[in-house]
Design a protein around this ligand. Structure first.
Ligand code: GLN
Length: 727
């Protein structure tokens, strides 16, 4: 053993002991971190502890579940396994696991997407399982392209590794297409006929950037896709789920080994009491591993049957006899899957959402506006609570989904409230990454340990569970027409929430309103528009949107010059200027505003942060979140939308201290969040301008109760240091 390795091991052993005995914490990361400092190649040196082979699980959703189930399955098949079961999935977590484990026949590790470029080449795993790629923590990861590049490079650096990938996800399939490694494709070979969600992370061909055609979608971008332009399509399956049944009682499928009828699992019928579509994909990933490593069907099925996650992933428990389901959800796709689990269950429900915005969650939570919380509003009996660090934002988002959510300051408060409800109410707690451990420990401390006492009848009035606000329509008026341009391309950062805010603030005042969504390829009649909205998007989507908007250039210009109301966010704002840069290529803009967008030296040098502005349009500070590579320079007479007053955040560029532009009734800004949620004065300004245009005279807007909006605004302003003291 080398001196460094010995030193690294000794130092890590001391820190493990210290954490366990003095700090009384599990030693998930620190020992590895210390050992890596002393010996940076400690992971590759410790792989000699793994005797037969290793598996690395990567992807956005499902990593911990799949990793634990693969480890359980191998153990059920009689193998000894080294595994980072707690989900410590960065380099230090994997190093800690290897340091603390006895030698084993198999190594099974989950890896964080961005750390994968370090962990895989060191582990030189036999197999990599790539589950799915959804957007998650965009403030840490930039855009999904960056994660794809990282995973592709890591596989290229580890050419002996076989890639087992989800072929239904084009974002994974393009990686399989680009790497020299042996690949094995799995997926679901039939249309599950599931209801779709509003915002999809990827619509465009990963190969040539045309809009993809789908024979069917399962959820998100998963499904049977073909690019009409370059022919990139779902790869042929090696392993497919067929004859799938999926209903509230569970799921079942037949595992088909396409082209190898003699493979040992071919035709196996796999069943589970889990009933979410995403679990079908997780189980297909695990079954595919079972097939390639030769795990018997009994080991696979018994693992699924016994799987009782105690880590907050689909964790079931009872509290005073009431069922409680706890689950992790940390991005729109995961959240939407959870909302489906809740809405599909029968009966009355108490639901609590917990959202933190710590580093591991991502500081930006605009994505909650891309989740279809509206699905909950149509439930008959539901009580919703908003918790976690960003409870105010959550309450605000739920308000615009038609749900009157109550803020809770602790998990116990939620459980106390829920227990006042009659006994048949089921409880759900959905928590994002860093909020999960505290929610889980509070819930498990109250979990029933012995036969259940029957709860007393509750006193809480179920009436207050839902709030369906019915607008009083103003008679004989043409509705205010909001045109949402290209939501299929420019809608990745919760920007569509701006349209929900405008729409609801009209409805709440009884102003008739109509939202027209114009997808790429459709034509828009701007002559009848009262408010036009353009969101932001990743470069690839923005390029295609730019082309579509360029074809409408004269109409958009005439609309703006005539005083039409237009709100454009980030990528949409950039397109309004003279040009913007896609890599090194200059893309011609609409030249409606006097601005040019350049790039910083390096593509990854993005401006990503919370931001507070002072704007002449609002009395309250304007709060938002920015995430862009482009730097916009305004012409000398152009007026910015606001001055940056937070000590973090940049706005238009690194030096000007200004954000956005105001030109006539057009506002361009870098602020996501979405902008209008926490800044209702801006929303009302746009509505007032639109009504002025419509009626030719000022139209007084009724005051609304903006306590929720103002609380969410105040909270962020109080957290961010501002250069000027706010009134
Ligand atoms: N792709 C553009 C940029 O990075 C805009 C991104 C966005 O809309 N958030 O500059």
């Amino acid at each position: 053993m080398g001196v460094r390795k010995t030193g690294a091991r000794a130092a890590s052993a001391v820190s493990t002991w210290g954490l366990k005995h003095i700090a009384r914490r599990p030693a998930a990361n620190l020992p590895g971190r210390i050992a890596l400092k002393i010996d940076p190649s400690i992971i590759s040196e410790l792989t000699d502890k793994i005797e037969e082979g290793s598996i690395v699980v990567v992807g956005t959703n499902g990593k911990t579940t799949v990793t634990n189930m693969i480890a359980d399955m191998l153990e059920a098949a009689g193998k000894s396994v080294i595994c980072n079961r707690t989900g410590a999935n960065m380099q230090a977590g994997i190093a800690s696991t290897l340091l603390q484990s006895k030698p084993g026949q198999w190594g099974v590790f989950e890896s964080d997407e961005l750390w994968f470029s370090k962990t895989l080449p060191e582990l030189k795993a036999t197999y990599v399982v790539l589950l799915n790629l959804f957007r998650d923590q965009l403030d840490r990861c930039g855009e999904i392209d960056r994660i794809q590049e990282t995973i592709t490079q890591a596989l290229k650096d580890s050419p002996e590794t076989t890639l087992i990938f989800n072929a239904d996800d084009p974002q994974c399939a393009i990686i399989a297409k680009r790497v020299p490694n042996k690949t094995i494709a799995f997926g679901v070979d039939e249309d599950l006929q599931l209801a779709q969600n509003t915002v999809v992370d990827a619509q465009m061909c990963q190969n040539c950037s045309a809009i993809m055609d789908y024979a069917y979608r399962q959820y998100g971008q998963l499904g049977d896709y073909t690019c009409p332009n370059c022919g990139f399509s779902r790869p042929a399956f090696d392993f497919a789920a067929t004859d799938v049944t999926l209903d509230s009682s569970g799921l079942a499928f037949s595992f088909a080994c396409v082209g190898d009828a003699n493979a040992h699992l071919n035709g196996a019928r796999i069943t589970s009491s889990f009933n979410a579509a995403y679990m079908l994909y997780n189980l297909m990933a695990i079954s595919s591993v079972a097939c390639v490593v030769g795990c018997p069907q009994e080991a696979l099925q018994s693992t699924i049957d016994r799987f009782d996650p105690q880590n907050g992933r689909l964790q079931e428990m009872t509290i005073q006899g009431r069922p409680m389901l706890l689950n992790l959800a940390k991005n729109p796709t995961g959240f939407n899957q959870n909302l489906k689990i809740i809405t599909q269950a029968e009966g009355k429900k108490v639901v609590a959402f917990f959202i933190n915005d710590n580093v591991a969650d991502g500081h930006d939570i605009s994505w909650i506006w891309d989740c279809d919380f509206e699905e909950l509003a149509s439930q008959e009996d539901i009580v919703v609570y908003a918790g976690g660090i960003r409870k105010n934002d959550l309450q605000l988002r739920l308000k615009y989904a038609g749900i009157d959510a109550k803020i809770i300051n602790s998990v116990n408060e939620m459980v106390d409230e829920a227990l006042k409800m009659p006994a048949e109410w089921k409880m759900y707690a959905i928590a994002n990454y860093t909020s999960l451990p505290a929610v889980r420990s509070a819930l498990t401390s109250r979990e029933d340990k012995r036969p259940v006492d029957h709860p007393t009848e509750g006193t809480l009035d179920p009436e207050r569970s839902t709030s369906h606000r019915m607008p009083e329509a103003m008679k004989d008026q043409e509705p205010l027409r909001i045109v949402h341009l290209f939501p299929d391309l420019l809608n990745l950062y919760g920007d569509g929430g701006n349209v929900k805010v405008l729409e609801n603030r009209c409805l709440w005042r009884g102003i008739p309103v109509q939202v027209d969504t114009v997808h790429y390829g459709q034509s828009a009649d701007l002559a009848k528009a009262d408010i036009v909205f353009l969101g932001g998007g990743p470069d690839r989507e923005q390029k295609l949107a730019s082309e579509g908007l360029f074809a409408m250039k004269d109409d958009i210009k005439a609309y703006v010059e005539n005083g039409g109301v237009l709100l454009a966010i980030c990528g949409g704002y950039q397109i309004l200027g003279e040009n913007w840069l896609m890599g090194d290529e200059s893309v011609e803009g609409l030249s409606i505003i006097d601005a040019k967008t350049l790039r910083a030296g390096k593509g990854f040098d993005r401006l990503i942060d919370n931001i507070v502005l002072e704007s002449p349009i609002a009395k309250l500070p304007v709060v938002g979140f920015e995430n862009h590579a482009g730097r916009t320079k305004l012409g000398k007479d152009a007026k910015p939308f606001g001055t940056v007053i937070s000590t973090v955040g940049h706005g238009n560029d690194d030096t000007s201290g200004a954000d956005g532009v105001v030109y006539k009734n057009t506002i361009g800004t870098y602020l996501h969040g979405p902008l209008l949620g926490k800044n209702p004065e801006i929303a009302d300004h746009l509505i007032a301008c639109a009504l002025f245009n419509k009626f030719g005279k000022p139209y007084p807007l009724d005051a609304l109760d903006d306590a929720v909006e103002v609380a969410a605004n105040n909270y962020m302003v109080s957290r961010l240091h501002t250069r000027k003291k706010q009134a």
